[in-house]
Design a protein around this ligand. Structure first.
Ligand code: ADP
Ligand code: ASP
Ligand code: MG
Length: 812
């Protein structure tokens, strides 16, 4: 014999049930076995029944309409699967069930009371109905099939909601009904009855357990659990997209995985199967050729350090500290007595965490038990005369438990370390930790809000290659931002965009954006609001997040500290942060160290030229920078390089530069020197000088009249007035074989920008076009300064620099 169990989604509708019948038919054709088919309620029906019961209990009559809808749903599934004649014989049976259920709900509604026993009776109808319908549907396909009423064969105690099964009686009952010669027996999972014949249920997800029980009773060859995934995965595939199915795991591992949240199998399923040595196999109804996962006693050699990672949600923590006694025995005693009292009250303690050097312990329970559990504890304290002065109880809710599981961990040092380090690296707050006695599991109690991030981070740590994707969030879709979006696809998918923003809209999403039509997608985004954007970026449970700030805004940098505190890296060509108040610069530097997160801004000075990295390397390796000379404005470089060798008037050269797009819309924003002063300030800070922007002396290129002019036209009129003087100076310079350069000069005492005349011995003499140049004199490079020269502006090269910064984060 074989057992085949089909879960809620496998039998959610007529199409799916046809698929199930196909699987049954194939099994009959290919293997010479009798089958016991255990089915769940149609997908979602158990939840709906619970809701209806609660509505009725609260006196809300809207349950009636929903109940009719539920009946219609079942009628429709049935009529899609059987012919008219069969329908006539089945329908009365269903109608009888409908009226029993209706009466139960009417009773609840009348009394406005919902005892657990009634709730069990109500929820049992999911499986009562589905098993009938499926049994008839199988018959309708010409298969020799018999319906078996689970209420008659699964004998339990009267602990409604999660009844314990009397296995020996149940096994006998099973043997008496499954011993015939039918090809297929069909029964409902999840339900049973107590010694008085009252309906009970085995706990949510309990159909798996039913399958194992009937399988053990009949000592079947294998128990097949057919569900909606390809097997037991390394983590819940709905929560961790990179999870993958496991070929084989042990009963013990499956038990721990299930206990700590892997919903794919009910934790009790393993016990009867293991007792009889029956393998369980998890298969996908919607992908039957996938091999699935075998659960057995066989321990498979495995090169991976763990088997899986799970998260259990809806958890609360009870923390008890015992004061006024240094006696750890008393703590043990209290813990032991409380555990037994909680057990008597049918409150399951998921884990116990105890610090041996402290007289305190924590118990993690499902949040639904919070109020009865605190009651039990308070009662215990009261009856034992342990007033609040001796023991304090603190409860915390809205928690989750993330666990790593695997037989490979036994005796292998370092795995717990890696686990907690990973949580720490992602700023996940751990409330309590525990290791299972079997050494199969290590668990951490964390905030519910962080469970997705924890799962993914831990999964990445243990199951994926170290070089993982970067998830970037780009603010600013101007020339630089849009060029970045254009160049990114060339890097494959190692850097993906999960968020995008400009001054109008933003969007943040868990799936990487398709970059072909990013601007249409962004147009559909939410109205721009910096704090909301950042909050969404922070909340998104992804590892390796990077904010790329391609704006020139002073507002965006205000959120850098918050991001760094959440270990979100930052890459930016925006100069505002590092050339703002020194205290802010210092704060950013401290936060990057504290949080071990990258903040990279190579492109704030000289685009992609390796200026900042070089200076940082020199400083880090113990060199001392004595002097820096630099031309760090592509615009000013172009204007004076061109002017020096041309015959045209100065005003004309400026006009040309503007026409070629080399200047800001108003060229005065370049000619005022402020942009270059900011860059020089950034360099000053890199070499350890705590300066502010006004400390950079700007010797003006042009008189004040040019800057006070009210319009561009007026500005040019003022500029023309200077042409004569500039001409004269140039003539003189040419005579001396010198050229004009607007140079930033920095030593450890002062920094200034000034128009200089340099001769051919000076490294800046041969500068052409809009190139930038920097000459660094240090103790190491004293007689012959270190010179870096090349294009220092332009979207293409700047984006090159941004990508290089991003790759530095990736390889870190
Ligand atoms: P069924 O209705 O067939 O009993 P369930 O919904 O109870 O199915 O269980 C299957 C679901 O379990 C999957 O869809 C998946 O989201 C979830 N799940 C959680 N953890 C795991 C895991 N480690 N491996 C596979 N599935 C898991
Ligand atoms: N139908 C029940 C539930 O939803 C049992 C099961 O599906 O295993 O919990
Ligand atoms: Mg299930």
């Amino acid at each position: 014999m074989l057992v085949l169990k089909f879960g809620g989604s496998s039998v959610a509708n007529a199409d799916n049930i046809r698929q199930v019948i196909q699987i049954i038919q194939n099994t009959l054709n290919t293997r010479n076995n009798q089958l016991i088919v255990v089915v769940s309620a149609l997908g979602g029906v158990t939840d709906e029944l619970i809701q209806l019961a609660r509505l009725a209990a609260s006196g809300n009559d809207s349950y009636q309409e929903r109940l009719q809808h539920l009946f219609t749903q079942h009628d429709q599934v049935l009529s899609a699967l059987v012919n008219v004649n069969q329908l006539q014989s089945v329908q009365p049976i269903l109608v009888k069930k409908y009226s029993q259920l209706t009466q139960l709900l009417q009773g609840v509604s009348l009394l406005q009371e919902l005892p657990n026993s009634t709730l069990d009776a109500i929820t049992s109808f999911g499986e009562q109905l589905s098993s009938l319908i499926i049994a008839f549907a199988i018959q309708a396909h010409g298969i020799d099939c018999e319906f078996v009423d689970s209420l008659q064969i699964i004998r339990t105690d009267s602990h409604f909601g999660s009844a314990r099964v009397d296995l020996s009686t149940t096994y006998q009952l099973c043997r008496s009904v499954f011993s015939g010669s039918k090809s297929v027996y069909v029964c409902g999972g999840f339900i049973g009855s107590d010694t008085e014949g009252k309906i009970t249920t085995l706990g949510r997800g309990g159909s798996d357990y039913t399958a194992a029980i009937v399988g053990a009773a009949m000592e079947v060859e294998v128990i097949e659990i057919w569900t909606d995934v390809d097997g037991v995965f390394t983590a819940d595939p709905r929560k961790v997209p990179t999870a993958f199915p496991l070929t084989a795991i042990t009963y013990a591992e499956a038990g721990e995985l299930a206990h700590f949240g892997a919903k794919v199998i009910h934790p009790k399923t393993m016990y009867p199967a293991q007792q009889k040595g029956i393998p369980i196999i998890i298969k996908n109804t919607f992908n039957p050729t996938a091999p699935g996962t075998i659960i057995s006693d066989q321990q498979v050699a495995n090169s991976r350090p763990i088997t899986g990672v799970t998260a259990l949600t809806d958890v609360s923590l009870l923390n008890l500290s015992i004061t006024q006694t240094g006696d750890s025995h008393q703590t043990e005693l209290v813990l032991g007595q409380l555990l037994s009292l909680l057990n008597q009250a049918n409150i399951e303690v998921i884990l116990v965490s105890q610090a041996s050097y402290e007289n305190s312990f924590s118990l993690a329970i499902s949040s639904k038990f919070l109020s009865p559990a605190t009651q039990v504890i308070h009662q215990y304290l009261a009856t034992n005369g342990l007033g609040q002065t001796n023991i304090s109880l603190k409860t915390t809710s809205n928690l989750a438990i993330v666990s790593i599981i695997g037989h490979q961990m036994r005796g292998v040092p370092g795995i717990a370390g890696r686990f907690f380090q990973t949580l720490g690296k992602h700023h996940i707050n751990v409330y309590a930790i525990a290791q299972g006695a079997s050494e199969l599991t290590i668990s951490a109690v964390i905030d519910y809000e962080q469970h997705l991030l924890s799962l993914r981070a831990v999964h990445q740590e243990f199951f994926t290659e170290p070089s993982e994707k970067l998830h970037i969030f780009l603010v600013g879709t101007g020339l630089i931002g849009s060029t970045l979006l254009k160049q990114l696809p060339a890097l494959g998918n190692q850097i993906v965009v999960n968020g995008l923003a400009n001054s109008k809209r933003f969007l943040v999403q868990p799936e990487p954006l398709i970059l072909d039509n990013w601007s249409e997608q962004l147009n559909q985004g939410q109205p721009w609001q910096l704090d909301r954007f950042i909050q969404e970026v922070i909340n998104l449970p992804l590892p390796n997040k990077v904010l790329v700030d391609c704006t020139a805004s002073a507002e965006v940098p205000t959120v850098y500290p918050q991001l760094l505190n959440h270990r979100i890296a930052i890459v930016t060509p925006n100069k505002k942060a590092n050339s703002g108040p020194y205290s802010f610069y210092q704060e950013l530097k401290t936060l990057t160290k504290q949080n071990r997160v990258k903040y990279l801004y190579e492109t704030t000075v000289g685009a992609a030229l390796p200026i900042i990295q070089t200076i940082q390397d020199l400083v880090a390796t113990g060199d001392e920078i004595i002097r820096i000379e630099a031309i760090l404005s592509g615009t000013l470089s172009y204007i004076f390089n061109t002017f020096s060798v041309s015959d045209e008037p100065f005003s004309q050269i400026v006009r040309q530069a503007q026409a070629k797009g080399y200047t800001e819309p108003d060229p005065r924003d370049d000619l005022n020197g402020v942009d270059m002063a900011r860059k020089l300030l950034i360099l000053a800070r890199e070499i350890g000088l705590a300066w502010e922007l006004p400390d950079i002396i700007i010797e003006p290129i042009l008189p004040a009249s040019c800057f006070t002019a009210n319009s561009l036209d007026e500005f040019y009129q003022e500029l023309v007035k200077l042409d004569f003087e500039f001409n004269q100076k140039r003539a003189l310079a040419k005579q001396q074989q010198k050229v004009f350069r607007y140079v930033g000069q920095l030593d450890r005492n002062q920094a200034k920008l000034a128009l200089m005349l340099v001769d051919q011995n000076h490294p800046f003499f041969n500068l052409t076009g809009s190139d930038n140049i920097i000459s660094i004199t240090s103790r190491r490079y004293q007689t012959n300064p270190l010179v870096i020269k090349g294009p220092g502006a332009g979207a293409e090269v700047t984006v090159g620099g941004i990508l290089a910064d991003l790759l530095k984060i990736k390889t870190n």
